[in-house]
Design a protein around this ligand. Structure first.
Ligand code: HEC
Length: 395
């Protein structure tokens, strides 16, 4: 029995990645909410900056935030870091299994750049490392002290990376690398700054030394950045379900617009925690979302015109040439042991049954054939579209 190792590894890793990500983002949303909802301690208490009462799951909870640190270290102190580390580790392994091991299928698009396997992997890793270094450099520069301007510059830097990546990699490969840069930066913030600074604070306290007052705000700066990066990175992680975005000629712009919408939604909630309801942020997000849909729909490359009365025989030939290697009950394409997503076009009935999905992937967008390995022509796409529009008839 030969196991489809990549698929099973992918399944396990994706499940773990999702679970760890939920735990991490959940805890992080909770703490942003908690921090912003703190009220003056009542009655006032020495060294306590704010407090919060909450009821959940049948119990009452009372949290308080200290100005610097509590007068003495509690016996048990909870740290929040493994959620973030596990998310990154499982995500990185998943990237490795899917996009690096499977680079010829998922990462390389020969019609863009004809990378060697190693060249593609090194370029991908280079972008992730380059992204992390750029971010760290910006944070440490004077720009780091000007949060709004920093946000704008970092947003432009990521958009530029998105533009470059969509020129050289497959559509999904490009998007996932933007996601990997953001995810790495976010976990880097936890691993390189937030946790080490907290460790230094705790050590200083235990040794009875004064705590360096710069350590706390440095961690806070990074956690504010992470707060705004969450919604864009979550969209990227589900983006490969939406070739209407990823396979669009202006995909980098659509990604930037949707990310800005995500930041705006996050801003709405962050302000709201302070008791400020600023509907304009939700409105802005909605406008950006709507404009994305308009651009995605209106801006389309000029398509070829379908040949008059495309018959089923011509369609079957096109599908046979460009799709069957993968989408068959017994795929012949290297790396495929089962039809992708269970979608096989072996019989005329199957082709007709899946016609709307075929239209979405191979006519309306160029997201199939994957990586356009077979170099499907515009004429073939138009013919396929013409046949589907005319009712996908088997004659
Ligand atoms: C190199 C292998 C390969 C080739 C060739 C290929 N596909 Fe795919 N296809 C995939 C993979 C992998 C997926 C699953 C990932 C995804 O949805 O992007 C997929 C998914 C799809 C889906 C989405 C199925 C669903 O409902 O979830 C459609 C539709 C599709 N392909 C159509 C086509 C058409 C039409 C062609 C030929 C023009 C084609 N594919 C050629 C690999 C291939």
């Amino acid at each position: 029995m030969s196991y489809d190792i990549a698929t099973w590894l992918g399944l396990g890793l994706r499940w773990l990645h999702l679970t760890a990500g939920v735990a991490w983002i959940g805890a992080s949303f909770y703490f942003v909410w908690l921090d912003n909802n703190l009220t003056e301690p009542d009655p006032p208490r020495e060294g306590v900056k704010g407090e919060l009462w909450a009821v959940h799951g049948g119990g009452f909870y009372h949290s308080q935030k200290y100005l610097n640190a509590p007068p003495q270290m509690p016996g048990h102190l909870h740290w929040f870091k493994w959620e973030a580390y596990t998310t990154w580790l499982s995500g990185f392994l998943l990237l490795g299994v899917l996009y690096y091991w499977g680079a010829p299928v998922y990462l390389i698009d020969k019609s863009k750049v004809d990378f060697t396997h190693a060249g593609a992997v090194l370029t991908g890793l280079g972008f992730i490392l380059g992204g992390l270094l750029t971010y760290e450099g910006l944070c440490r520069s004077p720009l780091g002290q000007r949060p709004k301007l920093f946000g704008l510059v970092w947003f432009i830097a990521l958009t530029a990376a998105g533009y470059a990546l969509t020129r050289i990699f497959s559509d999904r490969g490009a998007f996932i690398h933007v996601g990997a840069i953001i995810g790495t930066v976010m976990v880097g913030n936890v691993f390189l700054i937030i946790i080490p600074n907290q460790t230094k604070i705790v050590k200083a306290m235990l040794a009875g030394r004064p705590v360096d007052p710069r350590l706390g705000p440095m961690g806070k700066q990074r956690s504010v950045h992470n707060n705004y990066m969450t919604l864009p990175v979550l969209f990227i992680m589900i983006s490969n379900h939406y070739p209407i975005v990823t396979a669009h000629p202006l995909s980098w712009l659509l990604l930037a617009m949707l990310s800005a919408a995500g930041v705006s939604v996050r801003q709405f909630f962050t302000r709201r925690h302070y008791g400020e309801t600023r509907h304009e942020y939700l409105f802005l997000a909605f406008v950006l979302f709507y404009l994305t849909a308009v651009v995605a729909t209106e801006v389309q490359p000029k398509a070829a015109t379908a040949n008059a009365n495309v018959g089923f025989a011509a369609v079957q030939a096109i599908v046979g040439k460009h799709c069957l290697a993968c989408h068959s009950t017994k795929p012949t394409h290297k790396g495929f042991v089962a039809p992708p997503n269970g979608v096989a076009y072996d019989t005329p009935e199957k082709i007709a049954q899946y016609a709307p999905r075929i239209y979405e992937r191979a006519v309306a967008t160029h997201s199939m054939p994957l990586g356009d390995e077979t170099g499907m022509t515009d004429q073939e796409r138009a013919d396929l579209g013409g046949w589907i529009k005319a009712g996908a008839k088997l004659r």
